[in-house]
Design a protein around this ligand. Structure first.
Ligand code: AMP
Ligand code: MG
Length: 754
């Protein structure tokens, strides 16, 4: 009990909290209530129900309210800058910080409409100031970041929003929620999930005789919201705490977020007239980590050679080894070489050479393999055309590519009506004899049946070639519009193969399964990679790939050492293996690979349950950049709560980026477009300057030999802190981060449709 000079005797109260409560209940009815409610209803009309921040874990169905916190401070200079900017723009420090926080959240979430809650004292009548009691209310500030405002413009928006909100601060938040009836969800706070508070009540020193009083920072272990930013004014600058839901975030993520916020605040002070989307927010160290450490991929490879040169060299090293197998038949390296040479000479005689494209329209088989090698040996680039495509698609590929020469088989050329394709087609070279029925009723084409060319020169043709020459062109399936021809150079293709050889260990006895449709990028490496190391490619017919028991038998009986499947095929393969004695052992298999689309975590884990000792690679990449650009080589199951299977680390001699719409780097953990530069990036789309210019752009990070051209994949992804990438969906589909999880059920239904 204090006596004497220290004693503070409060004056008797005229009003008690109960009086206030009764008054508020009577006052906030009728027209007063309606006016407030109308304002808030208008203000929150069509607001996004949730601010989807990129989290470390998917949002659990029920909020646990477990939390953590991270403290940081803004130095005196930055604080002074923010205060000066507030003064200059007629805003309060609260408004400046709130607007800046909204920019941070908007850029993290890629949402232009950001709702932030904020507590308000709600004691705007002098009579209630001395009362003890709960007056505080929560206001929602809706931040409109659309239309590329500068910070100076944004702060005017914030000022208006905040002043209007203050004028309607009496409606208790819980009444608002009752009235709006947003879809309730136990996983998150309704209306807003992030809160901001500026505590600017002056903290005065408390002095008691013989007592020293110090503030202890209490550790926060609960979190009502996803994130709360609390800021205090202190003599040395602003102090801040980020409180976060540990359901969603790791401490390291929030620590990085504090760094992004501080960097952003500095940029705001330095250039308040720059559009807020363009303000830098990546600290220097993080930039270096992403560009240099995550992308330290330099590796020597035969960068001055062509595929034809490398294959020919391998033929002379291992002439008797098996290069290809199909339906039990073997093709030795020497035979492959001899037959490819004969065909190459014929192509050369027809005028084919460097800079030309030659189509191959045939079922996958040993002739197909010979055809690919022959085209390369003639110095030209191949266009594989899957005869399973509808005829009009085949014709589109023939006309669009403008090939003058096509390798094919009579029945297939007839069925696909190849003769009706583009006017530029002149020569049809057949792997077989001409059929009785002419494939060219109009007699426009020169048809070269097998017997016409098969006895030709079988020596290695001396064709000059350069590593930058086109090696092949693939028509991308293209979810929208007509298929486009993506051109890949020899050095890009060779780099991809050698990059894979570094990740996965190969040897002369390696047996690759050739299971992918011939028009896909996967097929190119399945056909050609083994030929650079003395291994063999084992071609599986489409019907076999579609039937898990037959596929399994082929893999086992051919001693396949590596296969690469899309998830739906891998799932069927594993389900079948599980029915076999001892789970279907595959003693020869060294690696599994999965690619092509998002891979469910459960599928990875099923793999390791059945084949615990065989590594499984998740490979990711676009056709336009020579197939895979990153890869996760997994050797153990993933924790079941892993949101997505990582697509791994950058493959050699490439640089990967995660960029925003202005092609600036976004921080670790933040979604953006996956882009790539380096030797793998192809030569663009054939005869399509518009689409080429849109996807192949000048690389803003070209210094340090990172490549002049940047290819934009159109995929949404993000860096994980360990340098692995995560793929989140297509940019144009804006797959929600949280919702991105494929269940095995979906895969099963896909198999059903198949
Ligand atoms: P394509 O050019 O036909 O090989 O298709 C490449 C596209 O397939 C990529 O841009 C991704 O959208 C998707 N994709 C390929 N591999 C993966 C993977 N491992 N995980 C997720 N998506 C993938
Ligand atoms: Mg691929």
């Amino acid at each position: 009990r204090l006596t004497g000079a220290d004693a503070v005797v409060p004056a008797p109260l005229n009003l008690h909290y109960a009086d206030y409560a009764i008054w508020q209940r009577r006052w906030l009815t009728g027209a007063v209530f309606d006016a407030q409610l109308t304002y808030w209803k208008d203000q929150l009309a069509d607001a996004p129900p949730v601010l989807t921040l990129p989290s470390d874990r998917p949002r659990p169905a029920t909020q646990s309210y477990r939390g953590g916190s991270h403290s940081f401070s803004l130095d005196a200079e930055l604080t002074a800058g923010l205060t000066a900017l507030s003064r200059a723009t007629g805003a309060t420090l609260f408004m400046t910080l709130e607007a800046a926080f909204a920019v941070l959240l908007g850029r993290m979430s890629r949402q232009p409409d950001v709702l932030i809650g904020t507590p308000i004292a709600n004691r705007h009548r002098a009579e209630v100031e001395p009362l003890i009691g709960f007056f505080v209310n929560t206001l929602v500030l809706r931040n409109d970041l659309s239309g590329e405002p500068s910070f100076r413009e944004l702060i005017q928006r914030t000022r208006n929003t905040a002043l209007d909100a203050y004028a309607h601060q009496d409606l208790p938040f819980e009444r608002l929620v009752d009235e709006l009836q947003p879809e309730r969800d136990l996983s998150r706070n309704p209306i807003f999930q992030v809160m901001f508070a500026l505590h600017n009540t002056p903290s005065h020193e408390r002095v008691l005789p013989d007592l020293t009083i110090t503030d202890l920072a209490a550790e926060r272990i609960s979190a009502q919201f996803d994130i709360v930013l609390d800021v205090w004014e202190a003599p040395a600058g602003l102090k801040a705490v980020l409180e976060f839901a540990t359901d969603l975030f790791d401490a390291a993520t929030i620590q990085r977020m504090a760094g992004h916020f501080t960097t952003l605040l500095r940029a705001i002070v330095a250039s308040p007239d720059t559009p807020v989307q363009q303000l830098p927010w990546l600290p220097t160290a993080e930039r270096a980590l992403i560009l240099d450490t995550f992308n330290a991929t330099a590796m020597p490879y035969p960068d001055q050679q062509t595929l034809a040169q490398l294959i020919t060299a391998q033929v002379h090293r291992t002439p008797d080894a098996v290069a290809g197998r199909h339906r039990g038949a073997s093709l030795a390296y020497a035979d492959l070489n001899q037959r490819a040479n004969v065909l190459a000479h014929h192509l050369i005689d027809l005028g084919v050479g460097r800079g030309d494209f030659v189509g191959v329209l045939d079922e996958r088989g040993l002739d197909f393999l010979i055809g690919l090698v022959a085209i390369l040996k003639a110095g030209a680039a191949f266009i594989p055309i899957d005869p399973g495509y509808p005829a009009d698609r085949v014709q589109h590929m023939l006309s669009d590519s403008g090939v003058s020469t096509l390798l094919t088989r009579s029945a297939i050329a007839t069925r696909c009506r190849a003769a009706e394709a583009g006017a530029e087609l002149k020569h049809v070279v057949l792997f077989d004899a001409a059929a009785a029925e002419s494939l060219d009723p109009a007699g426009r084409l020169q048809v070269h049946p097998r017997e016409q060319w098969i006895d030709g020169d079988s020596s290695d043709p001396a064709v000059p070639g350069a590593a930058e020459d086109a090696a092949y062109m693939l028509y991308t399936s293209g979810s929208t519009g007509r298929p486009k021809g993506a051109i890949i150079r020899h050095n890009g293709a060779i780099n991809h193969i050698y990059g894979q050889f570094r990740e996965l260990k190969f040897h002369a006895g390696s047996a690759f399964l050739q299971s992918a449709p011939s028009s896909s990028d996967i097929s190119v490496w399945q056909f050609l990679a083994p030929l650079l190391i003395g291994g063999r490619t084992v071609i599986a017919d489409f019907e076999v790939v579609c039937e898990a028991p037959r596929l399994f038998e082929l893999v086992r009986d051919e001693g396949i050492t590596l296969f690469e499947f899309v998830p739906v095929v891998l799932k069927a393969f594993l389900d079948h293996a599980a029915t076999l004695p001892e789970g279907g052992p595959l003693p020869a298999l060294e690696y599994g690979m999965v690619t092509g689309e998002a891979v469910p975590v459960a599928l990875i884990n099923q793999w390791f349950e059945q084949y615990p000792r065989i590594p499984l690679a998740n490979a990711y990449g676009p056709t336009e950049a020579a197939d895979d650009i990153c890869q996760a080589l997994l050797t153990a199951p993933l924790p079941v709560d892993t949101p997505t299977v990582p697509i791994g680390r950058t493959l050699p001699n490439l640089t990967l980026y995660v960029l925003d719409d202005a092609l600036a780097l976004v921080p670790i953990g933040v979604p953006g477009e996956i882009c790539v530069s380096g030797v793998g990036v192809g030569a663009g789309y054939w005869r399509n300057p518009e689409k080429t210019a849109a996807a192949f752009v000048p690389n803003p990070f070209a210094e340090n030999g990172r490549g002049e051209v940047l290819y934009r994949t159109g995929d949404l992804g993000r860096w994980l802190p360990d340098g692995n990438l995560e793929m989140l969906g297509r940019l144009d589909q804006q797959v929600k981060l949280r919702g991105f999880r494929i269940e095995l059920g979906e895969i099963e239904s896909m198999i059903g449709q198949h």
